[in-house]
Design a protein around this ligand. Sequence first.
Ligand SMILES: Nc1ncnc2c1ncn2[C@@H]1O[C@H](COP(=O)(O)OP(=O)(O)O)[C@@H](O)[C@H]1O
Ligand SMILES: [Mg+2]
Length: 142
Amino acid sequence: MGAQPRTHLTRSEEETERIARDLGAKLGVGAVVLLYGDLGAGKTCFVRGLASGLGIDPEEVSSPTFTLVQEYRGRVPLYHVDLYRITPGEAGELGLEELTASGVVAIEWAEKVDEMFPSGIAVRIEDRGEEAREVRIGSLQL
Ligand SMILES: Nc1ncnc2c1ncn2[C@@H]1O[C@H](COP(=O)(O)OP(=O)(O)O)[C@@H](O)[C@H]1O
Ligand SMILES: [Mg+2]
């Protein structure tokens, strides 16, 4: 992604998904999407859009409750990782780097592992009240 962060104010879940779908359509093997935001911000919603852009039925995407990594088969595989329940130390031992060899990796609660992915695409989502969300997409450094 370019150095310029992009900020979107979305007004619905569908709108957030659309932005994510446009991003997903541009991604290939090795891409890592680092998702930041509180519980309920819309990270999983964003992953649903990414899936759609990768040719995966978005309905396949759910919040992994006990599974840390879910794999969906599309144009390229999408690995959906949710680190909510584990510590940064545990997260570091999952071998997430290896997934980048074969697919796109989307990580919720990315702050626990982002040091491992300096070239990841950072997606920060903030609740702006009711159905409004601020979605910022940029490189990790920004
Ligand atoms: N603009 C929006 N974008 C994304 N989600 C939204 C938006 N407005 C309301 N929501 C709601 O916020 C919640 C986001 O949930 P989810 O994607 O599971 O969050 P997270 O994975 O960050 O915990 C959903 O209930 C969704 O319907
Ligand atoms: Mg989630």
